[in-house]
Design a protein. Sequence first.
Length: 143
Amino acid sequence: MRLESAIVIRRTPEQVWNFLGDASNVPKWDRGVAAVNATSPTTFETLAYSSRSNQGRMSYRIAEPAPGAHSTVQLTSSTGNARFFENAQWNFNVDPAPQGSRVICSVDFALRPQYFFLAPILFFMRSAIHRDLKSLKRAIERN
């Protein structure tokens, strides 16, 4: 399944990439992330708000770090909330726009067979990507 949204941010593509390229900024714009722990230059973990266990801990790998063009971040964990997914990845593209930069975020994922029933729920939650992009815009434009 693919979900996608876009937004224009009044900053240069370089400024947007500098912000996006720093995993410690994720809690500033992703409403579900309380904290980030960088485990290497290309891997990091996120922790969700009010996680009583590892349910809210997810691990990621920056698979295609090509700032200035695009970047792909892959889910690498399979426990906690990640257990729902066979695979998942977030793709970011930042293109110059007359008002600054056009940011396109798409999420590609496959659910594990036992969780197919979640597909309609996730599809109807697709507006969540746009809400996160609005938060990204606010966070970058404040800088």
